[in-house]
Design a protein around this ligand. Structure first.
Ligand code: PLP
Length: 392
């Protein structure tokens, strides 16, 4: 063929992180067939769906098999029952997010990757280290990215530039993947004020909001003025175990506009053209996750993961190893002991202790020398890992 392809794909860092991890684990297993390996690497949930969601999904599937209750294409922006339920969730957080500003999707990753469609050529500000989708999707569309590094000094919570810059698109992930660090009210307010001052847009990723235990913002709309400068993307994946069921949402407030163009109108147009909605049974399951019984069941699962995080945090404290996360997040982000690199530490954990984690290098240059452990495993596995690491 002689067509031109999108050459920006050549600029994306080849991320072999999880395949490199898998091949190292495979080689270790082959050399040590009897070794028991504890996996604390991938950020996927392990507990099953909450019962209210399962029941709702079954009931909805039955409706689909009956002529009178069968439904065809769902609305592109989500059924009203789910948009209302999500709006109700924001009310419990003391914020007023209208159902009409909520766009239901098949997950946060799609929305975070697709949002670039409606944005022109702006400077892009992205914290480092972070969930790689922001950098990759902007690189694919040829955007210029400025990374703001997290470090031990700023607790992996970078703050806005001191000098007022140009209007930019700013990504914020709080609680953060991979560091587990979470902005307090003052920190998030500083970003919102910066965005308002510079005419910037914030894209706020709240995928881990349900893990928050401290008095910190669950949603950016808890900050005054955010409805004038921020889009929020969120998900049922970590809250309700929907990683394989797929449902999320994006809030685009009515008041968001740039040079007279309503951002919500652009996103509505984009979704209507390129997205055909989430299946009815999945939306009913998501609605059920937000019912009182659903929330109870989801929070019980989160509590289970949280206890795992506490075990890991205690171990690291007892070893005097610097870490962030674990309190408002399923992730623990630790400084590799003895100034080891992330991969060096990975090899040592695997070979000496049979434990798999994720080297910080996979989340950006500022992640070098750090390591991510997840609390999404079993309680027994996590306890066993802590036992094995006693002599670390
Ligand atoms: N945002 C962050 C920060 C994540 O870590 C993940 C998944 O790990 C996602 C979004 C993706 O969520 P979803 O499963 O809804 O696509």
């Amino acid at each position: 063929m002689k067509i031109n392809v999108n050459e920006n794909f050549g600029k994306i860092k080849q991320n072999y992180l999880f395949s490199d991890i898998a091949s190292k684990v495979k080689a270790f297993k082959e050399a040590n067939p009897d070794a028991s390996i504890i996996k604390m690497g991938i950020g996927d949930v392990t507990l099953p769906l909450p019962e209210p969601s399962v029941n709702a999904m079954i009931a909805a599937a039955k409706e689909m098999g009956v002529k009178e209750t069968f439904r065809g294409y769902p609305p592109e922006y989500g059924y009203d029952f789910l948009r209302e339920a999500i709006s109700g969730h924001y009310k419990t957080l003391g914020t007023d997010v209208k159902a009409s500003s909520i766009f239901v999707s098949d997950g946060a990753k799609s929305d975070l990757g697709n949002i670039v469609d409606i944005l022109g050529d702006n400077e892009i500000i992205i914290p480092d280290p972070v969930y790689p989708v922001y950098v990759d999707s902007n690189t694919m569309s040829g955007r210029k990215i400025t990374l703001v590094p997290g470090s031990r000094d700023n607790g992996f919570l970078p703050m806005p530039p001191e000098k007022k810059g140009n209007p930019a698109v700013i990504y914020i992930c709080s609680p953060n993947n991979p560091t587990g660090a979470v902005y307090g009210f003052d920190g998030l307010k500083a970003w919102v004020d910066y965005a308002l001052d510079t005419g910037s847009l914030i894209i706020f990723d709240a995928a881990y909001e349900a893990f928050i235990t401290e008095n910190v913002p669950h949603t950016i709309y808890q900050i005054k003025g955010a409805d004038q400068c921020a889009i929020e993307v969120s998900s049922f994946s970590k809250f309700a175990g929907f990683t394989g069921t797929r449902c999320g949402w994006t809030v685009v407030p009515e008041g968001l506009e740039s040079n007279g163009t309503k951002i919500a109108a652009l996103w509505a147009r984009r979704q209507a053209t390129k997205f055909n909605g989430v299946s009815y049974p999945v939306q009913r399951a998501a609605e059920a996750a937000l019912s009182p019984e659903g929330i109870k069941a989801c929070m019980a699962n989160i509590e289970y993961y949280r206890k795992n995080a506490c075990m890991l945090a205690e171990l690291l404290r007892s070893k005097d190893i610097f870490f962030t996360g674990g309190v408002n997040s399923p992730y623990i982000w630790l400084k590799c002991p003895n100034n080891m690199g992330g991969w060096e530490f990975f090899d040592m954990l695997l070979n000496k202790y049979g434990i798999v984690g994720t080297p910080g290098e996979g989340f950006g240059d500022a992640g070098s020398g750090y390591f991510r452990l997840t609390a999404f495993g079993s309680a027994e596995g996590t306890a066993e890992a802590c036992q094995r690491l006693k002599d670390l």
